[in-house]
Design a protein around this ligand. Sequence first.
Ligand code: T3D
Length: 259
Amino acid sequence: MTESVLSERYESWRKLVLNRPERLNALDTEMHRALRSALDEAEADPACRAVLLSGAGRGFCAGQDLADTAALADLEATIATYYNPLIRKIRALPMPVVCAVNGIAAGAGANIALACDIVLAARSAKFIQAFVKIGLVPDSGGTFLLPRLIGEARARALAMLGEPVSAEQAEAWGMIWKCVDDEKLSSEAEALAAHLARQPTAAIALMKRAFAAGARNELDAQLALECDLQAEAGRTADYAEGVRAFLEKRAPRFSGGRA
Ligand code: T3D
């Protein structure tokens, strides 16, 4: 049987590829389980310092597989069992997650991409909050992430109209980091993941915690949290190496120990 998620291991990062191209990588239960275990394995591997998520074929992910009748029969259970844990997992992974949106990202597929830390998209890719077309509400964090990324006016219109957003527009709106030419997506995303895998991984994990808390904190609470997290970062070997390298006027060699 073809694996629904391919996991490619590089020296210090992993590439996970959603692999049901004939269904535009729509998520069924099997793919959810495979993606979960690939993310768990990446987290459990101390040598893994970055994850790159992409899709096989012409799409990134078309959201829920609308032919998976068991999943559709109980939306609440499907979301609680698969989608919500997936978004929480991506946000909480103690390493950066890059998403290379190689084609259409629709429904939950769009919001899974937006939940990643740095999103690159091929110029031909599109993001669609497709939920309204089938009488559903944006899930997988869409109503949280979208207004924060592009503002309430655009978020509401995209959710209620289900209109596609081009990769160029997504970049211009600040919905994603960068739109790149189709033929360069793979190499740019891989270079970015490899670069991130050489950075101080613990500091990046602590940044993720800070950004997550920043969504709910007042300034005072966030300042206090930053103080705690900075103290934690300051105890890492990578901090010592970063300062030493600066003083010695050389590039740092971060070892990437976890926080
Ligand atoms: O449990 C729960 O349901 C709760 C969770 C919900 C989360 C969600 O994600 S809800 C939203 C689900 N997704 C959608 O509604 C998107 C449905 N797909 C589309 O609207 C279109 O396919 C696209 C706009 C994404 C792309 O259009 P296009 O013209 O480029 O491609 P296509 O021809 O429509 O699709 C190609 C094939 O993929 C086609 O199969 P075929 O006819 O060649 O055998 C199509 O049926 C299949 N496909 C595309 N999306 C899905 C899908 N099959 C199953 N589920 C899909 N979501």
